[in-house]
Design a protein around this ligand. Structure first.
Ligand code: HEC
Length: 176
């Protein structure tokens, strides 16, 4: 085969190739709004995305005993896993200082988001929205952040002022 003939074949192969690449293996299905909705559960500091429903600490205490106490101890005092209720200040050991919901977390809405998406650890996403409100109320009340008996819902939760909220340096204040 002459060089020019070979070059011609190569050129022809190159021209055909894009059509071959355009074919897909036809795997998977298109994702729908409903599918995305099930995972788009991020709650923002201002309460955006908080669901309907409400809960109190009294309701939360019962759920806590059933689903949380094994890992977070009586009253959330910690052990074997994270301490949920503590009045220990954020001090000592620099960046390693033990951080808790009370001494560190900036937004009460994050407590809701965290519990709803991640707890109880072995069965995440099994709590109802109301159960999460009740557990948040329980943890915030035990931490003396809200008045006893305060009902937590989409309106009251974003208004809770966390003790450490003003101690963060906000990089993009206009994005809050
Ligand atoms: C099987 C053990 C287990 C159970 C049950 C469990 N948790 Fe947890 N929890 C964990 C672990 C592990 C972490 C992560 C600890 C860490 O980051 O150091 C955690 C972290 C948390 C945190 C974040 C604390 C922080 O300051 O970072 C919250 C809030 C929380 N759990 C709430 C709950 C609630 C409410 C329940 C009950 C519905 C629950 N957990 C049940 C194991 C558990």
């Amino acid at each position: 085969m002459s060089i020019s003939k070979r070059a011609g074949l190569f050129l022809a192969a190159c021209l055909v190739a894009p059509a071959a690449f355009a074919q897909t293996p036809q795997l998977g299905t298109k994702i729908t709004e409903v599918d995305v909705g099930a995972w788009a559960i991020t709650v923002l500091p201002d309460g955006t995305n908080l669901p309907k429903g409400s809960g109190t600490a009294a309701q939360g205490a019962k759920i806590y005993e059933e689903k949380c106490v094994a890992c977070h101890n009586t009253g959330g005092k910690g052990g074997p896993y994270a301490t949920l209720v503590s009045e220990a200040p954020l001090q000592g050991r620099g960046i390693e200082a033990p951080k808790t919901i009370r001494n560190f977390w900036a937004n009460a809405t994050t407590v809701y988001d965290y519990i709803r998406r991640a707890m109880p650890w072995p069965q995440p996403r099994t709590l109802s929205d109301e159960e999460v409100y009740a557990l948040v109320a329980y943890i915030l009340e035990q931490n003396k952040i809200i008045e006893p008996g305060t009902v937590m819902d989409a309106k009251s939760l974003p208004q809770v002022k966390m003790p450490n909220r003003d101690n963060f340096i906000v990089k993009f204040p206009d994005k809050i």
